[in-house]
Design a binder for this molecule. Structure first.
Ligand SMILES: [Zn+2]
Length: 413
């Protein structure tokens, strides 16, 4: 049966797009501070750091006046014409999309091309466009966290973690009485931060010894005489990018003419950032039930959900990747999960993965549907972040299905 897009609902599809949307909210009153576009994009950049985007990606502000004000923010997966019209019809001041409008350089944005038309329409309607793409994939929490949460997965960690930010360990030796002051100076320069804690250090008492020679101007001791000083061994972590600044702070704050110190480069660990997520269901279930769970959790699309694997396979540990995830099949296999949920799985990678014994069941969903759950999460986090700064925006998740497929027919034989 051929069904039009609007009628195509996968079996057991419980989660659908909002059917009835409230009318446009009233414009802000004088009590609500309306942020500038600059403030809103700065908040987005904190949630989805541009530096975590892949090198080939194109994220950030596409069009919009940073000094303009933003009352209404529409969030969508794709910056296509229908979404731009939805934004303008609703009176949005900012459209935030996951996919870039332009991924390759262009020489113009004439209204004669579909993408140029979007730019023209948005600018004419006073609506900015901002993209959070692979930086939203790698964020903590990011696109795949929202997908995993929609499926009921817990204990999440990245499937392909980015390495931790490069970190050094600085060790120095300070007379006891000066240790606190030197630590204050190192902390002020950015050393000693671990998670939500600052001025972190480890200390131990010991004895420093030295003999000042010709030309020295010793703080303690005299020329030619061996000196022994009770000292504190002081250890702090230092972001590598701040090494020069922290060492300078050490030299300025340390009482000695020639402070002794060591800088060690620490081995990189896994960060909470990265593509995809691995988690588990509270209770294992057969693949058939799991596929129904996936279909119920995501918005309806013509193709629905398909799977490769034994229907009776028990699924408990699951990997997910919002968007096209076949490049992570090796990482998925190394995790030893029972199932992998992603989009755009192609014939050969899927076939080869299934030919290998012990591989996970593969669950293929629509690209758009796999990333759609992130929109509501991003909207809530953006609203919360701006509220903490005393600014208010109204957000809305796009109701326009932008899955490009519009028909589906089950094969007859
Ligand atoms: Zn995508």
């Amino acid at each position: 049966m051929v069904v039009p897009h609007q009628l195509s609902m996968p079996a057991a599809s419980g989660a659908t797009l909002p059917r009835e949307l409230p009318g446009p909210p009233p414009r802000s009153t004088s009590l609500a501070r309306v942020p500038t576009l600059r403030e809103v994009t700065a908040a987005l950049d904190v949630l989805y750091e541009p530096g975590r985007a892949e090198a080939w990606d194109a994220v950030g502000l596409v069009c919009g006046d940073p000094d303009g004000h933003v009352e209404r923010v529409l969030l969508a997966v794709d910056p296509v014409a229908a979404v731009a019209h939805e934004a303008l019809d609703w009176g949005a001041d900012l459209l935030v999309t996951h996919h870039p409008l332009f991924l390759r350089p262009v020489h113009g944005v004439a209204g004669t091309s579909p993408k140029g038309r979007v730019v023209h329409d948005l600018i004419r309607g006073g609506c900015a466009l901002h993209v959070a793409h692979t930086n939203a994939d790698s964020a903590d929490p990011g696109v795949s966290d929202a997908l995993a949460a929609a499926l009921g997965l817990t204990d999440l960690r990245p499937l392909a973690p980015q390495p931790d930010d490069p970190t050094d360990k600085l060790v120095t030796f300070v007379p006891h009485a000066d240790a606190g002051r030197v630590l204050d100076a190192l902390a002020a320069a950015g050393a000693g931060r671990i998670g939500a804690y600052e001025r972190c250090a480890w200390t131990a008492p010991g004895t420093g010894t030295f003999r000042p020679t010709e030309g020295a101007i010793p703080t303690i001791g005299s020329l030619g005489a061996v000196e022994e000083v009770p000292e504190t061994r002081l250890e702090v972590v230092v972001p590598r990018r701040l090494r020069r600044r922290v060492v300078e702070a050490l030299r300025v704050s340390h009482p000695y003419e020639e402070p002794a110190f060591d800088v060690y480069e620490l081995a990189p660990g896994d960060s909470p950032y990265g593509i995809g997520r691995v988690g588990r269901l509270p209770v294992g279930e057969p693949l058939t039930d799991f596929v129904r769970r996936v279909a119920a959790a995501l918005p309806a699309t013509p193709a629905g959900v398909r799977a490769a694997g034994d229907p009776a396979t028990q699924v408990r540990r699951v990997a997910v990747c919002g968007g096209a995830g076949d490049s992570l099949l090796d990482a998925v296999r190394a995790e030893g999960v029972d199932a992998y949920v992603t989009a755009d799985l192609r014939h050969h990678p899927t076939s080869e993965a299934r030919e290998r014994p012990g591989g996970p069941a593969l669950v293929d969903v629509a690209h758009w549907a796999s990333e759609w759950p992130w929109l509501a999460d991003a909207a809530r986090r953006l609203t919360d972040r701006l509220a903490r700064q005393g600014a208010t925006v109204v957000t809305r998740v796009s109701e326009t299905p932008t899955d490009p497929w519009t028909l589906h027919e089950g094969s007859a034989r």
